[in-house]
Design a protein around this ligand. Sequence first.
Ligand code: PBG
Ligand code: MG
Length: 324
Amino acid sequence: MYPLRRNRRLRTNESIRTLVRENIITPSDFLVPLFVVEGKGVKEEIPSMPNYFRLSLDNLEKEVKELWYMGLGAVLLFVKVPVNLKDNKGTEALNPDGLMQRAIKTIKNACPDMLVMTDVALDPYSSYGHDGIVEDGQIINDETTEVLAEMSISHALAGADFVAPSDMMDGRILTIREALEEEGLFNTGIMSYSAKYASAFYGPFRDALDSAPGFGDKKTYQMDPANRFEAIKETEMDIDEGADIVMIKPGLCYLDIVREIKNAVDVPVAVYQVSGEYAMVKAAAERGWLDHDAVMMEQLLAIKRAGANIIASYFAKDAVKLMS
Ligand SMILES: NCc1[nH]cc(CCC(=O)O)c1CC(=O)O
Ligand SMILES: [Mg+2]
């Protein structure tokens, strides 16, 4: 073929590189995770997540308006629940006047078109820091899915557009879908964390919400990082049960899974670039060991190239600022 084919011709300068580029990152790729806390005027930096904050409702409102102005139109909400409100069954999760429910209303009042997705899992509400109800040291599956369904209804009634179950109980998508239908909430979407691995990359997130498991680990419900075919099975089952969007989590270490699932399914695929992935880049950049912006964009692009239609990322604002 050489010299008829010289691949470097397509790399000669930025204009030709731009012209033939296969993937680009745009603001509409992002889903922005937000951490909400009680209080007024609160904007606390999360120690293991530099430049990322827990926000009280007043600051949440400001943040959401800023995101909207930047072209970021979708958020994923997490709440930090006061310790005295935690119990084994996550009772506070169903409080119609709870922090999550107020956060949803605050956003919808301030910015009605902002797409609001909510985390559905017991861990921030659980006195054990687990994603399910605990009995004799075990995480009970079916009772937990009933609570998750009630939680989903509560979020939907408060105004959530999508609920996002992140717990990995079996059958919870069907239980949630049926419960929403029964309540007439047939327009509420479900983004399922369908292939969620038992990963060590969630550490900073658990600091952010004070939600680390009080005993054991999450390996009896989250997936084994060694497994690949299981991710497809989990995802196909969630689609059959009624998931509108599926998600793979974490991102970077699991891009083989992302591509595999993208090729196998016909629903939008989301990828969560998790807290530990964010922390690694921030830490190395603080030491001057990596170029923050270049590494950030390379990682986001790799996630998109692997097949992500939606990227949940703590870098969303940093990335969009860099584009403008
Ligand atoms: N339901 C818990 C949940 N939802 C999202 C994350 C992690 C997100 C991140 O690390 O950024 C976790 C942590 C966990 O499973 O322990
Ligand atoms: Mg499953």
